[in-house]
Every structure is written in C-alpha cells, then in structure tokens.
Design a protein around this ligand. Structure first.
Ligand code: HPA
Ligand code: ZN
Length: 335
C-alpha cells in the first residue's frame, strides 16, 4: 500500500499521456505533427522550461469538448489514486484554451464531470486552481478572472504559471487583489527558473499562501529564514526539476538541505505525463536517490495535507493525517 499523500502542484494539461493525446486527436479530427506515440515521446527531451511549454501548449490542441476534459481528469485521478494520492489541488490554464476557442464553461464543466465524483470514484478529494499565464498581459488575466465568475463555486484559488523569467509576480498585483476580494486562495510559481526576488515578490505583492517550486530560495539565506518563520509551504517537483534542467541530476536536488533548514516542503509531480512520473514516483525517486529516511517521507506526506486548502473540510484533513501517522513502511512500498 502506498504512503497516503496530497498533491498540491499538478497541471491537469500536463497529465495528457501520448496515448490519450492520439485518442482525442482521432476523436476530434485533429492532426498531430507526430506519426505515433513513440515519435511523440522522442520530443520529451527538454532543454528548459520554455522548450517544454512549447510542446505542452501544442498538444492541448486535442482538448476540445467537455468529455475530453473529463477523460483527461479521470485518467489522472485513476493513476494518482494508485500511487496513494488522497487529495489533489489541480491547476488548469484557461487562457491556453480560450485562445483556441474553447470556452471557460467547457473546461470547468468538463473537469467537474470527473472532479465532482472523484471522492466516490477514486477516493480523492479535489480542489481546482485557475492559473494565469504570466507571459500574457495583466489585462488578459483580469478578463480571464471575469470569465470565471459564473464558475467560482467550483474554483478554490488562483495561481500563476508559464514562462517565469522576465514576468515578475508584481505584474499581476491587481488581478490577485481582485481574486482575494472574491474569496479565492492564492498561490504562484516562483523561483523555478526565476530569481529568489520573485519569491519575495509573490509573498509581498500577491499575498500568496504557498509558493510553487520556490527552489531558488536556497540562494538567499534571509528568504529561507523568512519562509521557515512564516511556515510558507513550498510545492517542490523533483522529477520536473531534472527534466527541465533546473538541477543537473536528482542527486543534486536540494530537498534534503531544504528539509534540514526547516522549510515546509511538499513533493509533487507538476506535469507527470511529460516528466517521467506521478506523485508516488516522485516520492520513490527522492527516497532512493536522495536517501530520505522514512521519518522524512512521513513529514513530506504530513506537510502535503497541512499545506492543502482543506480548511472547509477539517475532518477529511484529520482523517488523512491519521492515515499518514498510522502508515507502516513495508519494503519498497513508498510510492
Ligand atoms: N512551470 C511553469 N509553468 C508551467 C509548468 C511549470 O513547471 N507546467 C505547466 N505550466
Ligand atoms: Zn508547475
């Protein structure tokens, strides 16, 4: 039995496996510029974040109908459940779909077909987080938040993703203020490829409650001290960092040093179809390659539930934490 965990950094569009991409392409009459899944997988050799994003946006062309989004989410939830995920806070990128003529309603209602019954069907409670694309304008982000208004009962928070360098958090101050006024929770990617100053700015200008990635905080001891003091959770994605060359190899990942520093770390999969593993695969990788002890793995799992937006269901949080505490590590079953 895998260690129970929450996944807090997961782009639903990044769970599109090659097989499903071709299935949806055929269903929707979309032609992909790859002969088959083998040829597509050969394109998964990324230089950096942008080279990944180019493929990530290209493959989204196959997502057209509510059922496509439902199938995508159900496929993720089934895989996540098999790896011990009990709660998932799921990012989606509406601007990437609106730009292709796919409406906010198609995306949210489609995802909801899977998420609305996920606890019964997969044993996973879920929340949705709408991400703004930081390489689009602040006005576009405001229009996107406006388009989401009819669906706010299904959306828990807002996030910020896509190409980081050159797009500092402060550009989105106004839309984050508007989101907060609507009662939405706030997170943002910062310090993945961008400098530690972007992490500080995400906290101060956007009021984020969690930082996605936050890896580069380690370059600024005063920032580390602040993140520890304020208990700001970081949603780390080790296999993503390797594939996007944010770290040279997994053995070089600063996760052990981050835990030793007292940071509230969590381990997540980011875009599992592209980066070689789902949540449990990331746990197994840091266990084997970084030699994290069982106590550390349990701490990561506890952190994931503590850092989750389960304030509206404290009973579930307590139940999940109790499951983590009672978990007995057996052999290799960390994933
Ligand atoms: N970083 C930034 N934007 C993204 C990512 C990521 O890892 N995945 C999907 N959008
Ligand atoms: Zn991400």
């Amino acid at each position: 039995m895998p260690l129970p965990k929450a996944e807090l950094h997961l782009h639903i569009e990044g769970t599109l496996e090659p097989e499903l991409a071709f299935e949806l392409a055929a269903r929707n009459g979309v032609t992909l510029p790859y002969a088959d899944t083998d040829e597509l997988r050969k394109a998964y050799d990324f230089e950096d974040l942008q080279s990944f994003l180019n493929l990530y946006y290209e493959l989204m062309a196959v997502l057209r109908t509510e059922q496509d989004f439902a199938d995508l989410a159900n496929a993720y939830l089934a895989r996540a459940a098999a790896q011990g995920v009990r709660h998932a806070e799921i990012f989606f990128d509406p601007q990437a779909h609106l730009a292709r003529g796919v409406s906010m309603g198609t995306v949210v209602e489609g995802l909801w077909r899977a998420l609305g019954s996920s606890e019964e069907n997969h044993g996973i409670s879920t929340r949705l987080i709408l991400c703004f694309l930081r390489d689009e304008s602040a006005e576009s982000a405001l229009r996107t938040l406006d388009a989401a208004r009819p669906y706010l009962d299904r959306i828990t928070g807002v996030g910020l993703d896509s190409a980081e360098v050159g797009h500092p958090p402060v550009k989105f101050r106004e839309v984050y203020e508007a989101a907060a006024a609507l009662g939405l929770r706030r997170v943002a990617h910062a310090g993945e490829e961008g400098p530690p100053a972007y992490i500080t700015e995400a906290l101060d200008a956007l009021g984020v409650e969690r930082v996605d990635h936050g890896l580069r905080c380690m370059e600024d001891p005063a920032l580390v001290e602040r993140l520890v003091r304020e208990r700001i959770p970081l949603t780390l994605c080790p296999l993503s960092n390797v594939r996007l060359r944010t770290v040279d190899t997994l053995a070089d990942h600063p996760l052990p040093a981050m835990l030793d520093a007292g940071l509230v770390c969590t381990v997540n999969s980011d875009d599992p179809a592209y980066f070689g593993g789902y949540a449990g695969d990331n746990f197994a990788a840091v266990h084997h390659t970084l030699g994290l002890t069982e106590d550390r793995l349990r701490e990561l799992a506890r952190n994931s539930f503590l850092a989750s937006f389960l304030e509206d269901d404290e009973e579930r949080r307590a139940r999940c934490l109790a499951e983590v505490d009672a978990y007995e590590f057996a052999g290799d079953a960390v994933s």
